[in-house]
Design a protein around this ligand. Structure first.
Ligand SMILES: Cc1cc2nc3c(=O)[nH]c(=O)nc-3n(C[C@H](O)[C@H](O)[C@H](O)COP(=O)(O)O)c2cc1C
Length: 412
């Protein structure tokens, strides 16, 4: 992991949820975060140390005295301070009732609690315990003390607990933890890259147009292409806003997510966000039509045909291109059943985009709902380039390379 990557100390305590920390370490590693695990002794029966060391690439530290940090190495005269030296944040996940109490009382009786008392970086806790422990007045008081001191709690979920009962106390999902943690880490140590300082707006996923209160007119867009573009822009240092129709994908950590449903909602949201961005990539599969009227409630079977009347949705790409200010760049996607160069060039020009990314939707192996894509890039000057079939993250990288190559990546 490069020196510039964000660094997290992950405290793991004696909860049955400790096994979930492994997934957390993997996901953080995938997001370019360097993770150092500090486990309490009572976490060890619940926590596969060797696996955590392989996933994180660092030894799991437990001991205040005689751990793997040799005295005298760097700041390592005092091991807990040596660990804190590079840390941008400390997250305790799972956080037992016991560590929450020890933190609130300022106890320092093992490596993790001593480190937490010495830390001057943001501290987050993701409690995991039985409902009775979580709601106990002692725990409530301790949580309030921590919150007053600026410790951020990622609240637990309700659901099945280790005891077999159901209730409040399941550790927040890894997705939810990352949603809170990654923006904070990225603020402390922003990613430096070719898109540093560039504000990127991405539209993604399908739009769904209601027919009645339960049915809709939709399309097969999975949202993977838009997500890959947002992820790649983040990795290159951009700040990213994602406006997405409903998809099955977990929220992308680190970006500002705006969920929408219909084409008109998407248009409204993009219109309000576009002026504050440098680059807009319209990867959403916006429904061209919507039912003229949605039936109130659920339409019941009545033995008769149901004839739908559809009206055109607004052309969002065209509308946003008309709003484009100086220095703003617009990349549009087009789903085409044939890649006729003349038609593509005309579309690129009439839509007023700086780069058109054309998908061939007649091919079942790429595009909609596939993890792979093959696209043709078209500029208004008539430059054509086909990006051969590859997974969507590789295609996203090449699209952003094309944007950078045109010198469009400078912040306005
Ligand atoms: C099987 C088992 C499961 C436990 N699960 C939890 C838990 O989910 N949350 C919790 O706060 N304590 C749990 N405990 C109790 C803690 O392990 C205990 O309070 C311990 O002192 C916590 O120490 P630590 O905070 O130093 O890790 C569990 C204990 C056992 C034996």
């Amino acid at each position: 992991m490069p020196e510039s990557s964000p660094c997290l100390i992950l405290g793991v305590t004696g909860s049955i949820a400790a096994y979930k920390s492994l997934d957390l370490i993997r996901r953080l590693d995938g997001e370019g975060v360097s993770v150092h695990v500090v486990a309490t002794r009572k976490a060890l029966p619940f926590f596969p140390v060797a696996t955590a060391e392989v996933f994180s690439g660092h030894p799991v530290e437990t001991e205040l005295f005689g751990g793997s940090l040799p005295p005298g190495e760097g700041l390592g005269r005092v091991p807990h301070l040596a660990l804190l030296e590079r840390a941008d944040a400390v997250l305790v996940a799972p956080a037992s009732a016991d560590i929450i109490a020890r933190m609130a009382l300022g106890l320092a009786d093992d490596l993790l609690s001593t480190l937490l008392l010495s830390a001057r970086v943001p501290i987050l806790v993701a409690p995991a315990m039985e409902e009775a422990m979580y709601l106990h007045p002692a725990s409530q008081t301790h949580r309030k003390t921590l919150s007053d001191r600026g410790v951020r709690e990622i609240p637990p979920d309700s659901g099945p607990l280790a005891s077999g009962k159901s209730g409040l106390g399941r550790m927040a999902s890894v997705d939810r933890i990352l949603e809170t943690l990654l923006p904070l880490l990225r603020k402390t140590r922003p990613v430096r890259g070719p898109l540093s300082g560039v504000r990127v707006l991405v539209s993604s996923g399908p739009t769904l147009e209601p027919l009645d209160s339960v049915r809709y007119l939709g399309n097969r867009s999975s949202g993977r292409m838009g997500e890959a573009l947002a992820r790649e822009a983040l990795a290159r240092g951009a700040s990213v806003t994602l406006v997405s129709g409903p998809t099955a994908l977990p929220p992308l950590p680190g970006c500002d997510l705006h969920p929408v449903t219909t084409a008109r909602e998407m248009e409204e949201r993009l219109r309000s966000l576009f002026p504050a961005h440098d680059l807009l990539i319209m990867a959403a599969a916006v429904s061209d039509y919507r039912p003229k009227e949605a039936v109130a409630g659920k339409r019941k079977k009545d033995g008769r045909e149901w004839t739908l009347s559809l009206v055109e949705n607004p052309d969002i790409l065209k509308a946003l291109s008309a709003m484009k200010g100086p220095g703003q760049v617009l990349v549009g996607f087009a789903a085409e059943s044939s890649l006729d160069p003349e038609r593509l060039l005309e579309k690129c020009r009439t839509k007023g985009v700086d780069l058109l990314v054309a998908n061939d939707i007649s091919r079942p192996d790429i595009g909609f709902s596939s993890p792979e894509n093959e696209v043709t890039l078209v500029t208004p000057a008539g430059d054509f380039r086909t990006l051969p079939r590859a997974d969507k993250s590789a295609i996203a990288g090449q699209i952003l390379d094309a944007v950078t190559a045109h010198g469009w990546s400078k912040p306005a």
